[in-house]
Design a protein around this ligand. Structure first.
Ligand SMILES: [Zn+2]
Length: 498
């Protein structure tokens, strides 16, 4: 770990403010399961809403919500039952379980692909004399451990919880074509939980058994991979990319990436650009992001071309999303698995290819928390994009008497009637109330003071600059909309006071 202190500080903040915390904690809180409290759930939901607006709706995708539990046949066809495995070793003495690739990566200080064969793993474990990290005893031979979580529906063992949100998208492709007048290319999106039977869940919400994904599968005709009208809008936009086998991140325009054949077509490049723009708009700075191209050994079993989107955090480069050219793997396998014809006709019949953008929501939440966290002299501030503030606005009466409390509650009602999410607080000094809101990232605080009663106005205070302006209460909904949705400066709406 590169900066364990900051990572622990985020965990401490998360626990103290109930952003996220171990699930079932009044019992024994099993490893790998996390809950999200009011603040965390609100930020997480806003990340999802933002993606839905920026990525799904702007690109005219269809959104579905399929089942988490699916029959065995689905995962036989998809390949997950045989290929979705981790190399596992067990300690002969303390019975702890570990991933062989991780133990080797730690020891050799380089990435060891999980796709090595069992004999390659066993040879490497022996050569490097790897012992149990907990008790230094002998470890078992490396064996394959399935990442699939089996369920027990109607007493049968032939159901599984989905290991990635996307499978129902492939299963529903035929139905979408029949009922939604699909033309290609077409994205189908799904947001929801997925499950992985992790050998050793760790690093809080960064590697848990149950996690949230937002995925888009873009179906396209492989012969028309460069037929994408909107490519013009991104052709000069530069992706930050670490190509396989290279040491440094390069900034390369989409046009050049396609012309130099670093990416196999305009369609893929377009969606990578849209994804990078989404993260930029979310508030992550460019110098902390990159697409890492995966080598053949590092790619998932279904992918022919893969780019992980990563951001630089205190614990190193953290993967937030996987972007895979899955080719015709899914529709071909589900076609033969189900006996249905999943081809598409456009001049002639063919099996569409799929480009996948698969984002980890919980990891994205962690990244915006850590990258937004600033420690100042006498306060902690979470500098989130205002659209991700857990509450749109907080409202305080300066003191809890003389009619200020009544007026403040009237303002709360007006804002709620305008569909703002409002947090009302009248306990402790105003300074402390500001600090409490700063720490969870609330961008705007409104205070009702003595002057407000006479002039029907209030002070509006900015989280980042801590500057204040006076605003007429009648103008509040409009001013807030400009600050929260359009990220405009306070100064545009009035003169700073004090
Ligand atoms: Zn041991």
């Amino acid at each position: 770990m590169q900066n364990e202190r900051l990572y622990n500080e985020i965990l401490e903040l998360a626990s103290r403010k109930s952003i996220f915390y171990p699930s079932s904690e009044i019992y024994n809180a099993p490893a790998g399961f996390w809950s999200f409290g009011p603040v965390g759930e609100s930020i997480r939901r806003k990340v999802i809403d933002f993606w839905r607006k920026e990525f799904v709706q702007k690109n005219e995708m269809l959104e579905i919500d399929g089942c988490i539990t699916m029959p065995e046949d689905v995962f036989k066809a998809s390949g997950h039952l045989t290929s979705f495995v981790d190399p596992e070793v067990v300690c002969g003495k303390c019975k702890s379980r570990f991933r062989a690739d991780k133990l080797l990566s730690d020891k050799l200080n380089k990435l060891i692909p999980e796709s090595l064969s069992l004999s390659e793993f066993n040879a490497m474990m022996k050569k490097n004399n790897i012992k149990c990290p907990s008790c230094k005893e002998e470890l078992s031979e490396v064996k394959k451990s399935s990442l699939m979580v089996q369920s027990n529906i109607r007493g049968e063992k032939n159901f599984y919880l989905r290991p990635e949100a996307c499978q129902s998208i492939f299963l529903d492709f035929l139905r979408m074509c029949k009922t939604m007048r699909v033309t290609l290319p077409k994205g189908i999106a799904q947001i929801g939980k997925a499950f992985r039977n992790e050998i050793s869940p760790r690093q809080s919400i960064l590697r848990s058994v149950e996690f949230m994904q937002m995925e888009a599968e873009i179906f396209f005709n492989p012969e028309k991979i460069n037929d994408i009208e909107d490519f013009k809008s991104v052709e000069n936009y530069k992706l930050r990319i670490l190509r396989a086998g290279k040491e440094d991140v390069e900034e390369i325009s989409c046009k050049d990436l396609v012309n130099k054949r670093f990416i196999s077509g305009k369609l893929l490049c377009y969606y990578l650009a849209k994804e990078q723009q989404f993260y930029e708009k979310l508030g992550i700075s460019r110098d902390k992001m990159r697409f890492r191209e995966l080598s053949k050994e590092d790619r998932a079993f279904y992918a022919k071309e893969s780019f992980d989107f990563e951001v630089l955090t205190s614990i190193g480069w953290l993967e937030l999303s996987a972007n895979n050219n899955r080719q015709d793997h899914d529709l071909k396998e589900h076609g033969s698995g189900s006996g249905q014809d999943l081809s598409f006709t456009e001049d002639k019949k063919f099996i569409p290819y799929v480009f996948e953008v698969s984002i980890g929501v919980d990891r994205t939440l962690y990244a915006v928390l850590e990258l937004g966290f600033v420690k100042e002299k006498d306060r902690n501030v979470l500098k989130l994009n205002p659209r991700l503030s857990p509450y749109d606005v907080a409202v305080f009466p300066l003191v809890n008497k003389d009619g200020m409390d009544k007026k403040a509650k009237e303002v709360v009602k007006i804002l709620k009637d305008n569909l703002y999410e409002v947090f009302y607080d009248d306990s402790g000094s105003v300074g402390r109330r500001y600090r409490r809101m700063d720490e969870i990232g609330v961008k705007v605080c409104i205070t009702i003071d003595g002057v407000s009663l006479k002039k029907n106005d209030c002070t509006l205070r900015d989280r980042d600059s801590m500057k204040q302006i006076r605003v007429k209460i009648d103008d509040l909904p409009c001013v807030l909309n400009n600050i929260i949705v359009f990220n405009k400066d306070l100064e545009e709406f009035g003169k700073f006071v004090n």
